[in-house]
Design a protein around this ligand. Structure first.
Ligand SMILES: [Zn+2]
Length: 89
């Protein structure tokens, strides 16, 4: 699998958005790829899953870090959370 393929969300098949958290980010990497598709199954299931597990209204989106090559959840507390960090490629 090439790096380019990893910018496609494996849960919904959509191209992920390049995302920068700015000075407040704690990710360490310059930028991430995050799936901001509100129809994404991973994100949609996350609401229910998080609420049942820890009792708070939150979810997560699929995230890919091109610097480390690792994928993981990007926690969000609302539908718009993080969207201001999306940057055009
Ligand atoms: Zn997705």
């Amino acid at each position: 699998m090439s790096d380019e393929d990893k910018t496609i969300c494996p849960y919904c098949g959509q191209k992920m958005s390049r995302w920068e958290g700015g000075a407040t980010q704690s990710w360490g990497s310059e930028y991430q790829y995050i799936c901001f598709n509100d129809e994404c199954g991973y994100y949609q299931r996350g609401w229910d899953h998080t609420f049942r597990r820890i009792g708070i209204k939150a979810s997560y989106r699929h995230r890919y870090d091109p610097t480390t090559g690792q994928c993981g959840p990007f926690p969000v507390s609302s539908e718009i959370a993080g969207k201001d960090g999306i940057i055009a490629e």
